[in-house]
Design a protein around this ligand. Structure first.
Ligand SMILES: [Zn+2]
Ligand SMILES: [Zn+2]
Length: 135
């Protein structure tokens, strides 16, 4: 994991965050909730220890997409910014697309490929998990 500092935020700039510390390798999630909530075929995530993560002003509203997790969105521009497991508040996940600079991230794996759209076909040398993966 690269030791760095990162910034990110939503499309309109209303919500901004800062990460001081290493980021996890990028995970491409094929689950139907990531798809619906983003409007994209795949949603790519990275994460960091929550102690490394801070919002610059205030926090975006959370949508509880399941009993296990909630997702933070900007209500003005619609960017999905973050994902939090209810049972793991010590980890904070951010959408890779919301990072200002994501070129240096490490390659990770595919999650929930059981929900993969059949015409998605990329990074096929990465590990694939039909469902989730315990952290
Ligand atoms: Zn916004
Ligand atoms: Zn997902």
């Amino acid at each position: 994991m690269a030791e760095q500092s990162y910034k990110g935020g939503c499309l309109c700039g209303r919500y901004r965050y800062r990460i001081e510390g290493p980021l996890l390798p990028v995970v491409h999630c094929h689950c139907s909730m990531c798809r619906k909530s983003s409007g994209a075929a795949i949603l790519s995530w990275t994460g960091t220890a929550s102690e490394n993560f801070a919002w610059e002003r205030d926090e975006p509203p959370l949508f509880h997409s399941s009993e296990q997790a909630s997702r933070g969105f900007c209500p003005r521009c619609g960017t999905q910014l973050c994902f939090q497991y209810t049972a793991r508040p010590d980890w904070s996940f951010v959408s890779v697309g919301s990072l200002d600079e994501a070129d240096g991230l490490e390659r990770g794996y595919h999650l929930w490929t059981s929900g993969r759209l059949p015409w998605i076909n990329f990074d096929n040398d990465l590990p694939k998990y039909e469902q989730g993966k315990a952290r």
